[in-house]
Design a protein around this ligand. Structure first.
Ligand SMILES: NC(=O)C1=CN([C@@H]2O[C@H](COP(=O)(O)OP(=O)(O)OC[C@H]3O[C@@H](n4cnc5c(N)ncnc54)[C@H](OP(=O)(O)O)[C@@H]3O)[C@@H](O)[C@H]2O)C=CC1
Ligand SMILES: O=C(O)C1=N[C@H](C(=O)O)C[C@H](O)C1
Length: 276
């Protein structure tokens, strides 16, 4: 373990430093007195490599040079906050575990195999993973589960998500969290009842199915509706992220929370103390 590990202020590495979330995370870490920025990582060949990350972001120098070497960066860290892409996140999970750094994963679009690989890494280190790090969405999963448990299959459940036009995965990680919560409330397995893409002559809606729709437009940060619709009434639970800082703040909270935990795979409900 590095010398920094003995200090009380965890050192944080941000992966995907030049990304939308990467830059928000760097600003959030720099503004916090509870953590230190010790590394910023980007893809090999990116024009930020070798530059001070503060200057690369258009501000003043912060004394952290962007690197493309995850092993070197993680060796200095007590936590790695990772909002990148599935292939990168799976690789980083193994490397962060080797460095015994807490790995906070916000990356979405992970396959079942990706998640299995991440969970194997969690045998050796703390991993906190959530498709949405905001307090509001994590509370919404609890409400969704409760409402789904209270309403029978006369109520169709639809998850509608709205995101910016640069998002590459669908359904969103949040939509899947909400779908899982609804399925749990109903006592069914999401894979058995999910309608993930309707096009053409699809036939009438299956009773008890959970539908997903994805809007991709403009600069929408992230909005999610869970609709419960019967023949005579409709209930809609809704979350709107006004700013990406809600995700960054949650991720930072997870990085700090994970410092004294035993190795394992955790989620934001664990971090927020909301898991039953
Ligand atoms: N859980 C949550 O609360 C939230 C999750 N997200 C998720 O976070 C992820 C990132 O979102 P966003 O910031 O908008 O996306 P961006 O595309 O803006 O940023 C992704 C960053 O990761 C980098 N990256 C991708 N692949 C690699 C790699 N193999 N090695 C190193 N760096 C890599 C990209 O580099 P390059 O540009 O060179 O490809 C880019 O800098 C998405 O999966 C998104 O859904 C987003 C917001 C909240
Ligand atoms: O890609 C995004 O932007 C977001 N991704 C997450 C998701 O897939 O749910 C969280 C948030 O909605 C923003």
């Amino acid at each position: 373990m590095s010398a920094e590990a003995n200090t009380t202020t965890p050192g944080i590495v941000i992966t995907g430093a030049s990304g939308r979330m990467g830059q928000m995370l760097i600003r959030t870490v720099l503004a916090s007195d509870r953590v230190r920025l010790v590394g910023a990582l980007d893809r090999s060949g990116h024009d930020w490599i070798g530059r001070d990350v503060g200057e690369a972001m258009g501000g003043s120098a912060v004394g952290v040079t962007v690197t493309d070497d995850p092993l070197e960066a993680f060796a200095k860290a007590q936590a790695v906050i990772d909002f990148t892409a599935p292939s990168a996140t799976v690789e980083f999970a193994g490397l962060a575990a080797q460095a015994r750094a807490v790995h906070v994963i916000g990356t979405t679009g992970l396959s079942a195999d990706d998640i299995a690989a991440i969970n194997r890494a969690a045998h050796h280190a703390v991993i906190v993973r959530a498709g949405n790090m905001s307090l509001g969405v994590n509370l919404l999963t609890l409400l969704t589960k409760k409402v789904a448990a209270a309403l029978d299959a006369d109520f169709d459940i639809e998850v509608i998500e709205y995101h910016h036009n640069r998002k590459v995965d669908a359904p969103s990680g949040t939509a899947l969290m909400l779908g899982e919560a609804a399925a749990e409330g109903r006592g069914v397995t999401l894979e058995d009842v999910a309608d993930r893409g309707r096009d053409g002559i699809t036939g009438a809606r299956g009773s008890g199915h959970i539908g997903f729709s994805a809007i991709r437009a403009g600069a929408i940060i992230g909005e999610h509706d869970v609709m419960f619709a019967s023949q005579s009434e409709r209930l809609i639970l809704r979350h709107v992220a006004e700013d990406r800082s809600v995700f960054a703040t949650g991720a930072l909270k997870a990085a700090i929370w994970g410092q004294d935990k035993a190795p394992g795979a955790y989620n934001m409900l664990d971090v927020l103390g909301l898991n039953d």
